[in-house]
Design a protein around this ligand. Structure first.
Ligand SMILES: Nc1ncnc2c1ncn2[C@@H]1O[C@H](COP(=O)(O)OP(=O)(O)O)[C@@H](O)[C@H]1O
Ligand SMILES: [Mg+2]
Length: 312
């Protein structure tokens, strides 16, 4: 039996590189502008959220974006900052994040040469935006321990920050912090400390977007791939069904929808056709890691049930 040839839509021209090439590629790949890779769809809940971020910034109140994974919290904060033409730094927090990851630390070799001076200090992302008047996104804030969460109290309350050995810095008047978190009842998250909660003043809830907005987001993410409107519609129906299913704890996110649409579009382009059977297989592969069933529910069985209900 002969081997089936592997088909590709695009030929990759990338070659192996030696070390000298690597360094020049590294220089080229450094991001100098924070433009998001895909166009932000500022409609529906996202339009409202952008307006609330503007209000929060104008009144110097700290906002919190709260919503399940993949509902666009990070992208919203990035797009907001980009539209303001501001410095933007972000850190995704978790259990192992320490205050020093936010504030920065002395470079050991420079400190040996020069001592504890500004020149030997490597500022962390929070310190950098406090000094330059940029925007800081504390991403997944409720994954950090209370100890680390508390290092935001002084910057938010007093607009200042202590840097050990250097002294206390005052924040630039334009410094603005946005927080983002997944809802607290999800596994793997700490509570937001009461002290910090008291300093967050605008709670912006994001949920899975409406059908029309989500369809536009999916299309924006398929610039090179064409997928027929029938399969685009089925992709959305599938994703939506996981959000309504009682057996599912964490349903499919926009990311899963984008992945299904990309794979289906590629198959359609390569084969000039896409059968329901092939589409189901693609959906199954993406969803088997893209959803979390409730305890005691068999993921495979649950996914197959949903797929067979939607794609007949
Ligand atoms: N309003 C939007 N416009 C365009 N793309 C979006 C939008 N919201 C979400 N997305 C897409 O969904 C993906 C997940 O969004 P992300 O901001 O990472 O979610 P979260 O931070 O809530 O987990 C993004 O990479 C982007 O492709
Ligand atoms: Mg995120």
């Amino acid at each position: 039996m002969g081997k089936t040839p592997v088909k590709t839509t695009k030929k990759r021209t990338t070659k192996k590189v030696d070390n000298i090439d690597f360094n020049s590629l590294l220089s080229k790949s450094i991001i100098t502008d924070e433009k998001p890779e895909t166009t932000f769809v500022a409609k529906g809940q996202y339009k409202e959220a952008l307006e609330l971020l503007e209000d929060a910034e104008a009144c110097q109140l700290t906002p919190m974006l709260i919503g399940p994974p993949g509902t666009g919290k990070t992208m919203l904060a990035r797009s907001f900052s980009y539209s303001r033409g501001r410095d933007f730094e972000w850190l995704t927090l978790d259990e192992s994040t320490k205050p020093v990851h936010l504030t920065g630390a002395f470079d050991p070799s420079e400190t040996l040469k020069k001592g504890f001076v500004k020149e030997a200090f490597l500022a962390g992302p929070l310190t950098r935006v406090m000094v330059t008047g940029g925007i800081f996104l504390a991403n997944e804030l409720n994954r950090a321990t209370e100890y680390t969460q508390n290092s935001f109290l002084e910057p938010l309350e007093e607009r200042s920050l202590v840097l050990q050995k250097l002294g206390r810095i005052r924040a630039h008047p334009d410094f603005f912090m946005i927080c983002a978190a997944n809802p607290g009842d999800m596994a793997g998250t700490h509570r937001i400390s009461e002290a910090l909660k008291d300093r967050i003043k605008i709670w912006i809830k994001l949920d899975y977007p409406s059908r029309s907005v989500e369809m536009e987001i999916i299309k924006n993410n398929l610039p090179q791939t064409r997928l027929s409107s029938e399969y685009l519609d089925l992709t959305h129906k599938l994703i939506d069904a996981t959000r309504k299913g009682r057996e599912i704890e964490r349903p499919a996110s926009i990311r899963s929808a984008i992945a299904i649409a990309k794979l289906a579009g590629r198959k359609m382009e390569n084969d000039k056709d896409l059968t329901y059977g092939q589409f189901k297989k693609i959906a199954k592969r993406v969803l088997s890691g893209g959803i979390k069933p409730r305890p005691g529910v068999d993921a495979e069985v649950s996914i197959s049930k949903i797929i067979n209900q939607v794609v007949r």
